[in-house]
Design a protein around this ligand. Structure first.
Ligand code: AKG
Length: 273
């Protein structure tokens, strides 16, 4: 089982992100690419950067037909182990989104803090972002502002009236220094981890090569996924609906006792409408 080193854990804590010394086997990446092809084919009307809840074969109200292979990936003990080293022993899987930027017109992801959008209190989440294709500066890799999570403060996000961006809200430029941005360049099969308060985003993909990655969201069992809070996610240009999101307790316990671990799970032998 892969273990993050004490240096890696310290780096995640101080910088708000980490590229662990780990990569998925080549065959697994090839299989994930096929799963991605299936999801793209099943969702012809959805931009491939906006394939929310791609781990659910039947949509729980968000309209995307996902693939079980992504759920298996999200539950992979190696990933869950690394995540638990940074968020603690109680790990709840609550989300997953494919961000696939086709070559030539792959959309920009504006600078944002994930926590601006999410109904988690106290706010906490580690995202594992797994490269399905090589993700480099020229095809729009993830970019981060190191240490921007440290104050645990959410900055104002300003609305943008554009339809060529994945999210229509952007962190106020006065809240951070874009000159400090770091490109997280990954080869297919590598991954990064990032904190819920970290300012991050990505450029459009103007290259000829696709850039696909999958972001898997895990929160600690000391937080409550409060389905009553829709917040700014209700205003993004694609459907995000937290009300039916299934939660999976992958390790430890729900320390809050408040998380509904039944909602959105498909009863055996039935299908969702
Ligand atoms: O894939 C990207 O470019 C952006 C991903 C992102 O914003 C996230 O994982 O929170």
């Amino acid at each position: 089982m892969n273990q993050l080193s004490p240096t890696e854990i310290a780096s995640y804590e101080s910088e708000g992100y980490l590229v662990p010394d780990y990569r998925l086997p080549r065959e697994r990446v090839a299989s994930l690419r096929k799963a991605l092809d299936r999801v793209i084919e099943s969702n012809p009307d959805t931009r491939p950067e906006q394939l929310v809840s791609a781990h659910l074969e039947q949509s729980a109200g968000e309209g995307v037909r996902g693939d079980n292979e992504f759920l298996e990936l999200a539950m992979d003990p190696e990933l869950v182990n690394m995540v638990s080293q940074v968020i603690g022993p109680d790990v709840i899987l609550w989300g997953c989104q494919i961000f696939c930027k086709p070559g030539g017109d792959g959309m920009e992801v504006p600078w944002h803090q994930d926590g601006h959008y999410w109904p988690i209190r106290p706010l906490a989440t580690c995202t594992a972002w797994i490269a399905i294709d090589d993700s480099l500066a020229d095809n729009g890799c993830l970019r981060v502002i190191p240490a921007s999570h440290r104050q645990e403060k959410l900055h104002a996000h300003l609305k943008e009236d554009r339809n060529d961006v994945v999210l229509n809200q952007r962190v106020d430029a006065a809240a951070f220094n874009e000159a400090q941005a770091i490109d997280i360049e990954l080869e297919a099969g590598q991954l990064s981890l990032h904190d819920v308060y970290l300012v991050h985003g990505s450029n459009p993909n103007l290259s000829i090569r696709r850039r696909a990655g999958i972001a898997i969201r895990y929160m600690p069992g000391s937080s409550h996924f409060n389905r009553e809070i829709a917040g700014p996610s209700a205003e993004v240009s694609y459907t995000i609906d937290f009300s039916q999101r299934p939660l999976w307790l992958l390790r430890g316990e729900d320390q809050t006792g408040l998380n509904d671990l039944q909602v959105g799970h498909k009863p055996p032998g039935t299908s969702r409408s």
